[in-house]
Design a protein around this ligand. Structure first.
Ligand SMILES: [Zn+2]
Ligand SMILES: [Zn+2]
Length: 275
């Protein structure tokens, strides 16, 4: 099996100190066919200053790694864009001027608030906050679908689509995603229409949540709606987490009737069979 890890960070992201070369070595040790770096790009005014994204130094790192390891493994240059509807024009023009293998879109903020802060969950029912978050993801995907209709694809992969469950577990000790399958169905349908592939993000599997983002039941829902492929991402911020829990997730994908990983080279999607 020739898997890619398509969501991981290095010291080119503000919240990681991972050495990029150590990431490649970890991917080789894990037997991967590819790894795609997806460094953070955050444009909210409260985060813009902390965002250290520097395309020049990042591209140089990718170039050097390809020279050293390019015969043994595919090394992708990707980016994790934090979806901010108010800055969308700037984000689109920023992406248009640079080259990437893969562009992840992440909904970390919702209706103007970051979902990872305790205040968002305080004195509110966790299921209501979950619904509010998923409505934000749906609005983001509807925007992507509109963009896709008017021009070429802006984003390739929807990262951790039920990201809020990490925080509902942390702040309310509950996971309520499956109370809102009407919304997850709409999100997946929108993804299919916008040619955006949802990711299986394994960070929650190793963080005590007990399942990936999204979990097996949502993967099954995606397959039933016609989804044929997903992207796999460890969201590693440390080299040792590259490809974490991939064998179990591949088994989950196959039992949910997803038989391909969607991988991206220069924004072109190709499907790699999982069996
Ligand atoms: Zn993220
Ligand atoms: Zn990430």
């Amino acid at each position: 099996m020739q898997l890619y890890d398509q969501h991981l960070h290095s010291h080119h992201s503000f919240d990681s100190s991972a050495n990029p070369e150590a990431n490649v070595r970890a991917a080789l040790d894990a037997g991967l066919a590819g790894l795609t770096f997806t460094e953070h790009f955050d444009t909210h005014p409260s985060e813009r200053e902390a965002c250290i994204y520097n395309d020049k130094t990042y591209s140089q790192t990718i170039h050097d790694l390809r020279r050293k390891f390019g015969d043994a493994i595919f090394i992708g240059k990707g980016i994790e864009v934090c979806f901010q509807p108010d800055n969308l024009d700037d984000i689109v023009s920023f992406l248009d001027h640079l080259t990437f293998d893969l562009v992840l879109v992440s909904v970390h903020w919702c209706h103007g608030y970051p979902i990872h802060i305790r205040d968002v969950w305080k004195d509110r029912d966790a299921s209501d906050v979950t619904r509010w978050y998923l409505e934000g993801v749906l609005a983001a995907m509807q925007t992507c679908e509109r963009l896709h209709r008017n021009r070429s694809r802006v984003f390739d992969v929807l990262a951790h689509m039920d990201f809020c469950k990490r925080y509902s577990k942390r702040f309310a000790d509950r996971i309520c995603i499956e109370e809102h399958t009407d919304l997850t169905e709409k999100i997946f349908t929108c993804c299919l229409e916008a040619d955006i592939v949802p990711e299986i993000n394994t960070s929650t599997t190793r963080q005590g949540i007990g399942e990936s983002m999204p979990g097996p039941n949502l993967v099954r829902q995606y397959a039933q709606l016609g989804g044929e492929a997903m992207s796999l991402g460890s969201d590693a911020h440390r080299s040792e987490d590259i490809a974490a829990d991939f064998p179990g997730e591949v088994a989950n994908l196959k039992s949910a009737n997803i038989h391909n990983e969607a991988v991206y080279h220069q924004r072109e999607k190709r499907l790699i069979p999982l069996d």
